[in-house]
Design a protein around this ligand. Structure first.
Ligand code: MN3
Length: 227
């Protein structure tokens, strides 16, 4: 079965005024859909057609002859994760165990936000900034272009897309304003906490991606609002 574009877990206008309907409609309906469509074309008739998305990402990483498969599979995975890293009632900070771990590893949520913004601004050109678990500790990392922590054995908790298409319509070249707005109003700490709880279970990648797909399938939001 071909890979499907996941539904957004909220309506296209739900993140306004922090992320415009126009940005979300283009980003989801054109960019994300483009990666899914290209991936389907590339894997049709191959053994990858029936695999889980994260398995394709992991198995094609670093293989130069499969670069196009990796790029489109990784971008498909990253964007599905990015939509869930945001919520209309986002911002603030985590609660519970994740809050304690954030304090241990960064000091406090403001210190985390400062380091996350610095990493997002420091990513030269297209890419992603991530909060991950690395050997039991929370860590901020960045990846270039389509690259993803999923390909390198790290468990992502949150991500922000810092490709220009993610923010140019709303913030032009001001990536810092985009990251500030995202951290203050959109970041989904409940999603991060759910990912944190999966840590150490071994098969988190399959579990998490399945949950991502189910969340989209169950949301039912956005249908009447599709651009
Ligand atoms: Mn993008």
């Amino acid at each position: 079965m071909a890979f499907q574009l996941p539904e957004l877990p909220y309506a296209l206008h739900a993140l306004e005024p922090h992320m415009s309907r126009r940005t979300l409609a283009l980003h989801h309906g054109k960019h994300h859909k483009g990666y899914i469509d290209k991936l389907n074309g590339l894997v049709e008739g191959t053994s990858y057609a029936d695999r889980e998305l994260h398995e394709i990402v992991q198995e094609t990483c670093g293989q130069s002859d499969l670069g196009a498969v990796f790029n489109n599979a990784a971008q498909a995975w990253n964007h599905a994760f990015f939509w869930l890293s945001m919520t209309p009632r986002g911002g603030g900070g985590p609660e519970g165990e994740l809050a304690l771990r954030l304090e241990r590893d960064f000091g406090d949520v403001d210190a985390f936000a400062g380091q996350f913004k610095e990493a997002a601004l420091g990513q030269f050109g297209a890419g992603w900034a991530w909060l991950v678990i690395d050997a039991g500790r929370l860590r901020i990392t960045t990846t270039s272009n389509a690259d993803t922590p999923v390909a390198h054995g790290l468990q992502p908790l949150l991500t922000i897309d810092v490709w220009e298409h993610a923010y140019y319509l709303d913030h032009q070249n001001e990536r810092g304003a985009y990251v500030d707005t995202w951290l203050a109003n959109l970041v989904n700490w409940e999603f991060a906490a759910a990912n944190f709880e999966d840590a150490g279970e071994g098969n988190w990648k399959a579990n998490r991606y399945r949950e991502v797909r189910e969340a989209f399938a169950e949301s039912g939001l956005g249908e009447q609002d599709r651009a």
